[in-house]
Write a protein that binds this ligand. Sequence first.
Ligand SMILES: Cc1cc2nc3c(=O)[nH]c(=O)nc-3n(C[C@H](O)[C@H](O)[C@H](O)COP(=O)(O)O)c2cc1C
Length: 319
Amino acid sequence: MDIRPVFIGRLKIDPPLFLAPMAGLTHSALRQLILDFGGVGLLSTEMLSAARLQNENPQISPYLITTEREHPISYQFLVYRSDHIKRALQKIENLGADAIDINLGCGAPKVRKKGGGIGLASDHKRLFEIVTEIKKNTTLPVTAKIRLGTELSEEKFINKCKFLEEIGIDCIYIHARLEKEPFCRPAKWEFVSCLKDQINIPYIINGGIFSYEEADNALKKSLAYGVMIGRAAPIRPWIFREILEQRTITVDLPKIYFKFIEYLIELFPIERRLGRLKEFTHYFSKNYAFGNRLAMAVQRTNSLDEAIKVAEEFFTKNG
Ligand SMILES: Cc1cc2nc3c(=O)[nH]c(=O)nc-3n(C[C@H](O)[C@H](O)[C@H](O)COP(=O)(O)O)c2cc1C
């Protein structure tokens, strides 16, 4: 696989392997677990409401807790209007953000109706105002995360990406599915290749990459500059290293699971730990043939201690 560093504005991403923003999942504990294996080029937060950011306390907010080793890191904004931008930017710059991403792909009805995610992607006037306001208030690189649009039209897709470049976006993350397509549908990596030579900023392919072979395939088909990994990251936090080394590595699954719990205990307020563990377990349990038993057992627990106990029992029985 041909993987060369990518520049997002002045920020060098080497290797060009990106962690996707995922609500409830891409917090400090998962990011650190990924860093323990290496291979990741740019970390990410989950989507953060630009309006609500100023009320979050970075010492205790699970959205903002971070450690010194988690760099480079991109902060993703869920944003509706330009008037919260300045203070939101100050907050994340103080926390050491290395890049800012704008969520233009979230299709949740609540978000879309309020004009965020895909609701913002289609409103060029407001999007222009927001990006201009961001650019006015920071020198950090600014990226946008999009879906393919409402229909499969090369012309519309290329125009949308050209527009993003024109208004100052430094890199585009492309979740290669249409706006209404569920995650079970195959991602359209090949369609994205129509962007080649049409824009002068890098674009990164995302969607349906769960192994190093798929990363290679997605890169070749899309002609993208790098790959972004979502759900595979909580399933296989070592996937970035596998992509980098182009081979499968052997890992100790229970050790990884309990390391994740250790990070949760170290970092998160007590009432925030179990929920994060349940979310993580939903994905991590997919490493086992009967992993749904682990996910369901942890789901039913009412405390972290109880969750640890059921996980220990599961690992004893399932190797
Ligand atoms: C639980 C979950 C939460 C997500 N949250 C976000 C988010 O906060 N911001 C965003 O842009 N995309 C979000 N996504 C979409 C992912 O970033 C990614 O585009 C999608 O999962 C496809 O990539 P994958 O097939 O590698 O998982 C989320 C996806 C999942 C499964």
